[in-house]
Structure formats: structure tokens, C-alpha cells
Write a protein that binds this ligand. Structure first.
Ligand code: SF4
Length: 335
């Protein structure tokens, strides 16, 4: 039985709304995976302007996300590991920015391990009358439409769609999409290696990535290693911005990456992908579903661990480079 306060708010007339704020202040991949939820909102509220509250990392991909009209970029306090990283004044400033948007509704999208309550409460202070989110815990008046959380293991895309469905917004497809100017595939195919990830525990060791690159080159496939300037120590040779990275993904024969934004870009752009999946999370929550994908991992007792740094020896990513190269060549050939 559900809590008596669950979904206690009145039905929302989505078609009548004019301004909706979607809250997803997380990484690039999380914003890409929010795309089907944004699309569902666009269909249910066709007259509404849809704004996205995003963190800097996620905001970088927002221009490619269909149906997003504007982005509020903020490093929000409730996503910081360091409790002192964002001063209280920044919360108050964010309340004022949200209030300035005069939103009719806010939809707070979260992963299984995040809470919607801080964002919901700021939106309440900003005067947003309808506030939707999912949580295991009861949090009172922060949300006007509190959706009991679905099971942790479901895919992030389905989790976000579930929240909306419970408040009268039906899904409009589950596939990821990005707006990217049409590009022709290069004559010489290449494998795109993306060795970066938001935390160390999700990174396949650089030395093994380098060996994968050698094996692919020996097999006759050109290799491009891309990432951010911060990832130069991972052997990155190309440092494009996010639209440039998306174009590199779109032109590739196969992508090899960690459980990171690159996997979701590949899924959204329908390029085959090998994901070196650390045991930090469950693959059922994050696996690419819209493109041929090979997930490589080593099962361990400690998974899923949710660690930012592995306290052991990263046994879950002890995948032989030969296996990675073989999987990549198989996918590239089939594509
Ligand atoms: S080896 Fe275990 S603790 Fe270390 S990252 Fe992998 S799953 Fe987490």
C-alpha cells in the first residue's frame, strides 16, 4: 500500500501549462537520458515552454536535446560532495532565478540514489505551484505531487518516464535522441575511444585503453582518443566541445567507453558501443538500449559499490584488452 500522501495533489492539466521547469542538475549522460521524459512533457504540454535546470556538465549537451527551450545552469548545493562548496546565498539566488521564470510546474528528475526534496523545496520557495518528483521518503510540502519511487534497478530512462506517467503524462517513446546536423561518415572508418568518466572508479585503466588502441590499429582500424582537456593524462588526443564530441561519435564505426556520457551519446546517435562497465552501478540502470552494445564487466562481490574511488584494485574492470578489442572489431564489422 502506498503512503496516504502519495499522489495527493489534484490532477494536473498539462495541456494548459505555459512554462515548465525540468530539473536535472547532473552529468551529461543523465541529461541525454532525460530526453524521453522531456519529449513526453512536450507532447502532454504542447503550449508550454520547457526549460532545463542543469549542472554545467549537463548544460553542455542541452542544446542538442530536442524540445528544450532554455537552460538555467547552476552548480546546485544538493549535488556537491563538499558541503561547503556552494554557499547558502547561492541557494537563495537560485530561488530568485526560478521565481523569475514564473513556472507553472517543476518536474524534478532524479536517479535511484538522489533525492528530489532539496530541488522541490527551492521550487516551493520560488512560488512554483505544481512540483513533481519521486522518492522513497515522505518529504511533506516540497512536492505537491509525490510519486513513490519505482524499484532501484529499473533503467534511468524508465524511472523518469514512470514519474511522469503517475501524474498523467504518458510516454512518447523510450529511445534517446539528439539534434545533430547531418554529417557524412568518413571514408576511413575509425574507432572512437573515450577513456574518461566522472569518477576514478568507473575508469578502465589508461594503460589498458592504450593497449586496446594498439590492437585496433594493428587490426587496421584508425583510432581517435577523445575527452576533455582534464583527461590529457588518459591519452586523449582530441578535446572537442560536447557538440564536437557528438559529431565524432556520430562519425565513428564503433565507440569504446566507460559507463559514462559517451555510452549515452552513442545510444542516442545509434553508433555501436563497447561499454567497460564498472561495478559501481547496476548495468540494468544505465545500459545503452538504442544501439548495438556490448557490456563488458567482471562480476565482483563488492558490486554495486557506489564508490567514487575503488577501495580495492578495480577488479570489476580487470577486462583483458584483447577481449575489448575483439568486441569492438566485431561491432564495427557488423555496423
Ligand atoms: S572492484 Fe568493487 S569496490 Fe572497486 S569499483 Fe569495482 S565494484 Fe566498486
Amino acid at each position: 500500500m502506498e503512503h496516504p500522501a502519495a499522489l495527493a495533489g489534484p490532477p494536473v492539466d498539462w495541456a494548459a501549462l505555459r512554462r515548465v521547469l525540468v530539473v536535472r542538475p547532473d552529468n551529461l549522460g543523465d541529461v541525454v537520458m532525460a530526453g524521453p521524459a522531456v519529449r513526453a512533457l512536450h507532447h502532454a504540454a504542447p503550449h508550454a515552454r520547457l526549460d532545463l535546470l542543469a549542472a554545467p556538465a549537463g548544460a553542455a549537451v542541452a542544446p542538442l536535446l530536442p524540445h528544450v527551450d532554455a537552460v538555467l545552469t547552476a552548480s546546485v548545493s544538493w549535488q556537491q560532495l563538499d558541503a561547503g562548496a556552494v554557499p547558502p546565498d547561492a541557494d537563495l539566488a537560485l530561488v530568485r532565478r526560478i521565481a523569475g521564470g514564473r513556472y507553472d510546474a517543476a518536474v524534478v528528475l532524479t536517479s535511484f540514489s538522489q533525492s528530489p526534496w532539496p530541488a522541490a523545496y527551492l521550487c516551493r520557495l520560488a512560488g512554483v505551484p505544481v512540483r513533481v518528483g519521486a522518492s522513497k521518503e515522505f518529504g511533506g510540502a516540497g512536492l505537491t505531487h509525490w510519486v513513490p519511487a519505482p524499484p532501484d534497478a529499473i533503467h534511468q530512462v524508465d524511472r523518469m518516464l514512470h514519474v511522469l506517467e503517475r501524474v498523467g503524462v504518458p510516454p512518447a517513446g523510450t529511445d534517446l535522441r539528439l539534434n545533430l546536423a547531418a554529417s557524412t561518415r568518413p571514408e576511413e572508418p575509425y574507432a572512437l575511444l573515450l577513456p574518461g568518466a566522472s569518477c576514478a572508479s568507473r575508469r578502465y585503466p589508461p594503460g589498458r585503453f592504450a593497449r586496446v588502441a594498439e590492437l585496433l590499429s594493428e587490426a587496421g582500424l584508425r583510432v581517435v582518443v577523445a575527452g576533455s582537456p582534464r583527461e590529457a593524462d588518459l591519452g586523449v588526443t582530441a578535446t572537442p566541445d560536447v557538440p564536437g564530441l557528438a559529431a565524432l561519435v556520430a562519425g565513428s564505426a564503433v565507440v569504446v567507453c566507460n559507463n559514462s556520457g559517451g555510452a549515452h551519446l552513442a545510444s542516442a546517435l545509434r553508433r555501436p558501443v563497447v561499454v567497460l562497465f564498472a561495478g559501481t552501478e547496476q548495468a540494468s540502470q544505465y545500459a545503452p538500449r538504442d544501439t548495438p552494445a556490448t557490456i563488458l564487466t567482471v562480476p565482483t562481490e563488492c558490486a554495486p559499490c557506489r564508490q567514487l574511488r575503488c577501495p580495492y584494485a578495480l577488479e570489476c574492470l580487470a577486462i583483458p584488452p584483447d577481449d575489448v578489442a575483439r568486441a569492438a572489431l566485431r561491432l564495427a564489422a557488423s555496423g
